[in-house]
Design a protein around this ligand. Structure first.
Ligand code: TRP
Length: 363
């Protein structure tokens, strides 16, 4: 095997997470997961997966959109501060071990268990998939176990909506270790590798706000519900969208509810705690403070957060930017395959199908 320029770190524990390229990332992604990813880049060997195969589970007829969204998500990542020198960007469809592990894991999880996965059920409802979704749609939940376990990570930074998937992944990991590595089912989760398991039992790590409300003040922030503030929105768009956050409050002297949608945003995006306390005190008392004023301050703070992202993103929006992005994906995927192939070989040995190594006979 050739040694890639940056070899995977032997000392740092691994972290894996991913996004499905179905559109631009928004503030909900930021507080739910991206912020944690940024924090983890130094301490952990981080892998960020472009789950482009998963995008085909609901948009198989839109390959051009999926391709464009894949590039866009990397631009969002780079804009936020994901650093390709420290972290590894991975393209799912060029990591064959993921597809292979998906098959292995599909044998270890009952069909009905997959269909009971609450995140899948919610998606079927909110995306209006009815009963015409493809076989591959529920399959993606099994695929996600493989995305994760291919990297044998300890943590998975995700928003709250993903926790059900991570729970399934943990079940699959335990089961694999019990069935093929003779690990005693009574083993504590953290002791599986020590007990001879191929896979650690990874933990979800949910951000400071696992479920950010949308600008409609009711639903979770979501691209498809038209209530999202995107990381790539212009300053004007931010002001306009913040202006629309619904509270129902009538006047600056009406005692306000400081747990309403507006203040959920204030808590999430105004960093100055003393200022937040002051705003809350006056708002609760109806001390001549209008929603408009709070919104203006909130929009300023959100724009201050997004400004450096806009600047970093601009670098990749120049001509040739897509090529830079593709290079980053290629380099990252190469590194990722080193780890994933190693995992696959370990899994095959455990399953007694490791008769010989990969021999594709290409050369
Ligand atoms: N399903 C995740 C989402 O829609 C994306 C994803 C794919 C993922 N594979 C993953 C997240 C592995 C964490 C780990 O956001």
């Amino acid at each position: 095997m050739t040694t890639p320029s940056a070899t995977p770190s032997a000392t740092r524990q691994r972290v894996l997470t991913g996004d499905t390229p179905t559109g631009r990332l928004h503030l909900g992604h930021y507080v739910g997961s991206l912020e944690n990813r940024l924090r983890m880049q130094d301490q952990y060997d981080c892998y960020f997966l472009l789950a482009n195969m998963h995008a085909f589970t609901t948009r198989a007829d839109k390959p051009d959109d999926i391709r464009a969204d894949t590039i866009e998500i990397v631009k969002d990542w780079l804009a936020v501060g994901i650093d390709p020198d420290r972290s590894t960007v991975v393209l799912q469809t060029e990591v064959p071990a993921i597809a292979e592990l998906t098959w292995f894991f599909a044998m270890l999880i009952p069909f009905n268990r997959v269909m009971r996965n609450p995140t899948l059920k919610t998606e079927i409802d909110t995306k209006g998939l009815g009963d015409t979704y493809p076989f591959g749609f529920p399959m993606y939940a099994v695929g996600q176990c493989a995305d994760i376990l291919a990297f044998r990570p300890v943590y998975i930074p995700v928003g709250e909506d993903q926790v059900a998937h991570i729970e399934m992944c943990r079940e699959v990991a335990r089961r694999f270790n019990q069935v093929y590595c003779n690990v005693n089912p009574k083993t504590e989760d953290e002791d599986y590798p020590k007990a001879g398991g191929v896979f650690p039992i990874p933990q979800a790590m949910v951000g400071k706000i696992g479920r950010l409300v949308g600008t409609d003040g009711v639903n979770k922030m979501s691209k498809s519900l038209n209530n999202a503030i995107f990381l790539s929105d212009t300053p004007k768009e931010v002001v306009k969208k913040v202006g629309k956050i619904f509270t129902g409050r009538q006047s600056p002297t009406e005692p306000g509810d400081t747990t309403n949608a507006l203040f959920q945003f204030v808590d999430a995006f105004i960093k100055d705690e003393a200022r937040v306390a002051e705003l809350k005190r006056r708002y609760a008392a109806g001390d001549n403070i209008g929603d408009g004023h709070v919104k203006q301050e909130l929009a300023e703070n959100i724009n201050a957060l997004l400004e450096p992202m806009r600047q970093r993103r601009a670098e990749y929006e120049k001509p040739g930017g897509d090529d830079l992005v593709i290079d980053i994906i290629r380099e990252g995927t190469k590194r990722a395959n080193v780890v994933a192939e190693q995992t696959l070989a370990m899994a095959k040995d455990a399953m007694r199908i490791g008769f010989f190594g990969r021999e594709l006979g290409l050369r």
